[in-house]
Design a protein around this ligand. Structure first.
Ligand code: GDP
Ligand code: FE
Ligand code: FE
Ligand code: FE
Length: 196
């Protein structure tokens, strides 16, 4: 684990330079907001700051890649061919992690896992994965009904914020009548559903 000062002057600078050049100005603002929120949550919940910052800076690196890039990467990295049935929303984290490993030289598996699950969540999520998942939802540029309640919950109880986000995202997707990725349902069953 590198210390913050060393990271800030080396890897963080490199990630900023690379990611900023790869995404639109609007997405770059979002990414900086996610880093800010992720660092706040990491301090509050004793998550490593270097991992929180790097996961945040890279999490949407692949968001503006073309479908062809993802479809090719699914073959190249021998990911589940079923993924080809999905779209950018699902690919940019799960498949994006491989592009991040390749282009941004991120080798920390915990950071790559946090990126993989940042959109859908997962049955089990490390504290780092929870920090990124929630930070992506509550960062200062986000505006949607319920965001302030999510921000308040995140200050009190990280797992409660994960559950809140999972429930509201699933309700939103159902409202839009878009396909639900199976892992999104697994996340719901694990973090939200009450078992009697
Ligand atoms: P962003 O990359 O910062 O915009 O945020 P996310 O990576 O969290 O989410 C990207 C998009 O994927 C959002 O519009 C989500 O609502 C959407 N999304 C999340 N889960 C699913 C799912 O299971 N199915 C579909 N179709 N979209 C999803
Ligand atoms: Fe994303
Ligand atoms: Fe998200
Ligand atoms: Fe994001």
């Amino acid at each position: 684990m590198t210390n913050w000062q060393e990271y800030e002057q080396t890897t963080r600078r490199f990630l900023i330079e690379q990611v900023k050049a790869h995404v639109s100005p609007k997405r770059w603002q979002h990414i900086l907001g996610v880093e800010e929120s992720a660092l706040e949550l990491a301090k509050r919940y004793q998550v490593d700051l270097v991992q929180a910052s790097s996961a945040a800076l890279v999490h949407d690196y692949a968001k503006e890649c073309s479908d062809e890039v993802f479809l090719e990467a699914i073959d190249t990295y021998q990911l589940d061919p079923e993924l080809k049935q999905w779209t950018n929303e699902i690919w940019h984290g799960i498949v994006g992690a491989e592009l991040i490993r390749r282009d941004l030289k991120i080798e920390d598996e915990a950071v790559l896992e946090a990126v993989r699950v940042h959109t859908t969540g997962a049955k089990e999520m490390s504290p780092l994965s929870q920090v990124l998942y929630v930070a992506d939802y509550i960062e200062p540029n986000r505006q949607f009904p319920g965001v302030n309640e999510a921000r308040e919950l995140a200050k009190q109880d990280l797992t409660a914020a994960v559950a809140y986000e999972t429930k509201h995202t699933l309700a939103f997707l159902i409202q839009k009548e878009v396909p639900i990725y199976p892992k999104t349902i697994e996340t719901y069953n694990s973090w939200v559903a009450k078992r009697t």
